[in-house]
Design a protein around this ligand. Sequence first.
Ligand code: 5RP
Length: 258
Amino acid sequence: MPPLSPQDEAKKVVGAAAVERYVRPGMLLGLGSGTTSRWFVRALGAAVASGLEVRGVATSRTTHDLAESLGIPLVGFDEFDRLDIAIDGCDQTDHAGNLIKGGGGSLLWERIVVDAADRYVVIADSGKLSDQLGAFPLPIEVVQHGWQSTTRSIQRLLHLHGFPSTIPLIRRTDTESAVITDSGNFIVDAHLHSIPDPLVLDRELSWIPGVVEHGLFTGLADEVLLAEPSGGLTVMSCHDTPAARRTTTLHGLRGSEA
Ligand code: 5RP
C-alpha cells in the first residue's frame, strides 16, 4: 500500500483516537460515513475482533458493508430506541462545532442517527476547522420529483439571505449521471463561499418543500476531535458560550489533558 498523505494519516489517527476516547463496552454506536469514519470503523472492527462488545447503526450502505465485513454487529433503524453516541466526520467545522456535512452524500441517514443519539462527536483533521462555514459547497438533498423547482426555491431563499441570485447550485453528478443517495434522492451543491448565519439558514432551508435534508448541522455536536498535522489531537467542546468554550490538547489518546 502506498504511504498515506499527511491528511489521510491525520484521519487514521483521529479515527483510532475516537475508539479509545469514546467507545465503551455495551454501547450502541452510530457509525459515520466518509473516509475519516472509515478509519474509525476499521479501528472499531479491530477492537471488536479483540473482544470488545458493542453494536452499531450504519449511516450509509457503504459503512454498513464495511462494518459487516469487519464483524461489527449491526442493528437496523427499526431495532433501537436511543443510541449512546454517534461518531462521524465532517467537511467543515467552525469553532462552535457547527458543521457542513454531506460531501459523501450520506447526510440524511447521518442526520437521523444524530437525532437518535445521546451524544454526537465529530472527528476530522484540523484542516477542516475554519472561522466561517461555506468554503465547502453546501450539500442539499432534494427529492427527484420537481428538483428543478425545489432548486429555484432554494435560490430564492439564498437571495433573501443576501447571496447573489447567480450563486451556483449544481446537481451532483458522478462522471456522467446524477448521484442518487441511499434514499433515492438527488444532491444539489450550493457554492456559497461563506455563510454568515448558519443557524438561521439551517432552519429555513429545511422548510422548503422538496428539501429532504441539508448539510448544515448546527448546534448538534457535543465535541469535535481534531487531528493536527503534528500528530497531536485537539478536543473542542461545543455547548458552552464562546467565552467559556474549551479547547483541550491531548497528549495521548486518553491521556493527560492540558
Ligand atoms: C458524508 C459526510 C462525511 O462525514 C464528510 O463528507 C467527510 O468525509 P471525509 O471524512 O471523507 O472527508 O458527511 O455524507
